[in-house]
Each structure stands twice: as structure tokens, then as C-alpha cells.
Design a protein around this ligand. Structure first.
Ligand code: SAH
Length: 466
């Protein structure tokens, strides 16, 4: 990956003094994730360009455990875009190699440090989920002219369309320190790789480098949240300190592991919308005795408990730990007896026929099927539709087409670590209609969450009725 910085103010080679790197030499540096080289493709008095080339070692990354966590399996750990795109590694390199310039120091040209120069920066390849529009929304409010070139997924197959990669050039009359600072913060904001280390000191770094411009940036919230990889607690802390808004006190909220996993979907509060919609479907079905299969930590059970129509609610999950959390969250041991009688939490697997599941009016299976191995879905189908056989079943699963809209989700990855598959609308409908035909159910499909014209809604729902 390549970053070039160009100065066109005569004598342009002052850039070398400002960067503390001699235009006549090639210099190489060892970094924890690979090598960096600095050289000057051109160095005349009219125009001087410095290049920072990073040679990231993906195998070294895996060995040093700094690489992607390998959700796509082993191959994904070794074969990924990290060596080729600008990412937080570029920021680390800027901070290490151009540290004086980033801090606004120059031994030989101290008088130039505060002078805006006609500078431009070109980032060879930038992965950008928010697209060109987002690149513009980041740099234009800071006064940059932006040129973005979108690269096709594969030049040989133009019909596949464009990928997530851009070449971006920004230019402005700006101090070198200003330019480097903006790149340092905004490159990781544009990249969505997950390998990035997020910790307390990242908040400090962000606030330090954001001084003087981040607070008044119209995309402040998106920048902070994406820089901190969607970690809500850290994001709230950073925003609170930026705006000195007490109501954003970070300690007001503790982030659980579940919340971290949901961070990808969090911005639209999809989880809540889904549960509300499923509860509404169950209600209109007229069901009194309902099953929540794969109930997890019991959020739907809690929702259903609020409505007296549901006289008996059985939550089942294969995970004992989840059931313990569910019992705790429902305050099962202190509920008034009348309420408590309505709920039962049982451990069981949807892979096996289970007598306890028979005789119910309706069943909810919310975000569960994608956790089952695809070849074993046939067993699940029989368990639910042949043996348990509720009048109504409400199933939800992610709509894979929508994944391109999640800014923090790298292309080609699933939304959760444990997902075995994610289906397009066509795949889900084909499967569900097949099930309906085999077991005598009619299926109605509904979107859940905000619907996009092209890719549909984030979640898809099938309502099966006998
Ligand atoms: N329905 C809940 C949880 C979804 S997560 C919600 O929407 O919040 C998926 C759940 O399915 C997990 O709790 C997991 O333990 C459960 N699960 C996975 N495989 C299962 C199986 N074979 N039988 C029963 N539950 C299973």
C-alpha cells in the first residue's frame, strides 16, 4: 500500500526538511507488522513527492496475533486485503516514521511548520464501505478537494460491478502537520478491517489528534464511532469529552460481550425492531401458548410476558449458560407466582424430536437457523414442522444482501462469528417455500428493519401458517 505526499510550493523539496527524510535516499524501517520504505519518486524545485510504501507481512500478522481473527477460517487469516490497502497500519506508520512532522516540529525549517503549503496526498488503495460520498463527507468539510476513483471488483468481469476499493487524492493549502493529522485519523475511519486494536489509549490518541477540528466536524459522531470500531462505551467516552456533555457519561453503560457482537447491527437498533415485530406477529396469530426456540438470553420471552394474551411461554435453548442469563434477566426467582407460572425455560436442541414442544399455538425461531449447519437443517425442519407442529411459526434470519450496508462489516464476512450461512432473500424464500410445501404450511415473507430499495431489509421474516 502506498501513500504519496506532494508539495508544489517552490522550493518544493522543503518537503524533505519537513518530513525529516532526505529526498536523495531510500530509507527502510522495520515495523511490528512488516516493513516501511520512504522514497521520493520526484524531487524538483517545482514539485516534490514523498512516498510511504508499506509492505505488510500477513503471515507475520497471524503469528503475532495482530491479524484478522480468522472468522472466515484459516485461509482468511493468510489471504486478505491487509497487505494491499491503507488501514490503521498506515496511521501507525505515519506516527512512527513521520513523528516529528506529525507533532509539528522541524529542525531545519521551523518557520515552515505553521505555513499552509499547496499539498496533496494520494492513497493508493482505500477500502471504503461508505463509498465516495462518505470520503467526501469526511474531507470536504476540512476544506480538501477530493478526487476518488472507484475500482471495479475485477477488470475482466465488469458485470460484477464495483468493489469497495478506491484511490483517493485530497488536496488543500494546509500545513504538513494538518494533512498528516487528518490522514492519521481518517484512514482508519474509512477502512473497516477488524484487526484493529481498540483500547483506552485509542480514545486518548483520537482526542489528541482531533484537537482543533474534530469537535466541529459535521461527521464527528461517525468518525469517533468508526475510529473506535463501534465500541459503544469508548465512543460515548470520546464524544462526551469532545462535547463535554455530561449526559454521555460512559460509566452509565457497561458493554457486554453480546453487545459487542451486535455492534455491527447496533446503529439501527435492529434487534429491538425484530423482537417487536415477531411479538406482534405472534399476537395477531391469536396464539396463547407459544414457544421461543433458541431463546438465547430471553429478550423475546420478556417481551411476550408483558402481554396477557400469552398464557404460556416456553423458551428453549441448547446453551445452558444462555438460559441462566435469561433466568437472571427475567428475575425468575422473584417474579410473582402468577407471572412465573406463565414462563418455562428448558434446555434442548432443535436437532432432536422433543415431546415438550408439541401442542403449542405458535413458535418463534428468531435468528437461529443461521447458527445451524446447513446440511442439518433437514433435521430441524422435521423437529419443528412435522413433530412440534405449531399452527404458526415465525422465523427470522439475516438478509445477506443487506450486508453491504453495514459500514463496519468487511465484505464477504458474516455478521456473527457463529453464523454458518447467511441467505439472500431468494435463498430464504426458496427454502421456506419448500418447507411449506413438504409440511403443509403457507408462508408469508416480511421485511424487518428499514428497507433499502435495492438490497431489501436487514432481516427477513417468514410467517408459516398451517
Ligand atoms: N432468539 C434469540 C437468540 C438468537 S442467537 C434472539 O433473537 O435474541 C441464536 C441462539 O440459538 C443461541 O442462543 C444459541 O444457543 C441457539 N442455538 C443454536 N443452535 C441451537 C440448537 N441446535 N438448538 C437450540 N438452540 C440453538
Amino acid at each position: 500500500m502506498l501513500l504519496t505526499l506532494t508539495n508544489t510550493r517552490v522550493p518544493a523539496t522543503d518537503l524533505g526538511y519537513l518530513l525529516h527524510k532526505n529526498p536523495n535516499r531510500v530509507q527502510s524501517f522495520e515495523l511490528s507488522f512488516g516493513k516501511a520504505h520512504v522514497f521520493y519518486p520526484e524531487a524538483s524545485s517545482d514539485r516534490c513527492t514523498a512516498a510511504l510504501l508499506l509492505d505488510v507481512d500477513p503471515v507475520g500478522l497471524v503469528r503475532s496475533r495482530r491479524g484478522p481473527s480468522g472468522e472466515g477460517g484459516m485461509l482468511d487469516q493468510y489471504v486478505n486485503d491487509r497487505p494491499y490497502v491503507a488501514s490503521s497500519f498506515m496511521s501507525v506508520a505515519i506516527a512512527r516514521i513521520f513523528n516529528s512532522a506529525l507533532a509539528g516540529n522541524s529542525k531545519d525549517r521551523p518557520e515552515l511548520v505553521t505555513v499552509p503549503l499547496p499539498l496533496s496526498a494520494r492513497i493508493g488503495v482505500l477500502p471504503c464501505r461508505g463509498g465516495e460520498q462518505f470520503v467526501r463527507r469526511l474531507f470536504e468539510p476540512l476544506g480538501y478537494q477530493v478526487v476518488a476513483e472507484h475500482h471495479p471488483l475485477d477488470e475482466k468481469f465488469p458485470e460484477w460491478g464495483d468493489g469497495a476499493y478506491y484511490t483517493v487524492e485530497i488536496s488543500k493549502n494546509v500545513t504538513l502537520q494538518g494533512l498528516l493529522t487528518h490522514l492519521y485519523v481518517l484512514i482508519p475511519v474509512l477502512d473497516t478491517g477488524k484487526h484493529y486494536w481498540v483500547g483506552k489509549d485509542e480514545v486518548e490518541k483520537l482526542l489528541r489528534h482531533g484537537e482543533g477540528w474534530l469537535q466541529s466536524h459535521p461527521e464527528r459522531e461517525a468518525i469517533v464511532s468508526r475510529y473506535l470500531r463501534g465500541f459503544r462505551k469508548l465512543t460515548r467516552e470520546a464524544l462526551a469529552r469532545l462535547t463535554e456533555d455530561e449526559s454521555l457519561d460512559p460509566d452509565a453503560e457497561q458493554e457486554t460481550k453480546e453487545e459487542q457482537e451486535q455492534a455491527i447491527e447496533a446503529p439501527i437498533r435492529l434487534h429491538d425492531a425484530r423482537l417487536q415485530q415477531v411479538a406482534a406477529e405472534l399476537k395477531t396469530s391469536g396464539a396463547k401458548r407459544v414457544l421461543d426456540l433458541g431463546c438465547g438470553e430471553g429478550k423475546l420471552v420478556r417481551e411476550l410476558l408483558k402481554d396477557k394474551q400469552f398464557e404460556e411461554i416456553v423458551g428453549m435453548d441448547v446453551s445452558y449458560r444462555s438460559l441462566e442469563v435469561a433466568a437472571e434477566r427475567l428475575h425468575l426467582d422473584t417474579l410473582p407466582p402468577k407471572q412465573k407460572e406463565r414462563i418455562k425455560l428448558i434446555q434442548g436442541s432443535l436437532m432432536y424430536r422433543d415431546k415438550r414442544l408439541t401442542g403449542f399455538d405458535a413458535a418463534a425461531v428468531v435468528e437461529v437457523i443461521e447458527h445451524l449447519d446447513e446440511p442439518r437443517l433437514a433435521a430441524f425442519e422435521r423437529v419443528l414442522f412435522e413433530f412440534a407442529r405449531p399452527q404458526t411459526a415465525v422465523l427470522t434470519t439475516p438478509n445477506a444482501e443487506y450486508n453491504v450496508k453495514f459500514e463496519t462489516l468487511p465484505a464477504g464476512q458474516f455478521r456473527h462469528r457463529d453464523h454458518r450461512f447467511e441467505w439472500t432473500r431468494e435463498q430464504f424464500q426458496k427454502w421456506a417455500n419448500g418447507v411449506g410445501e413438504r409440511f403443509g404450511y403457507a408462508v408469508e415473507f416480511k421485511p424487518v428493519g428499514e428497507e433499502d430499495q435495492q438490497v431489501g431489509a436487514p432481516t427477513q421474516m417468514g410467517v408459516f401458517r398451517q
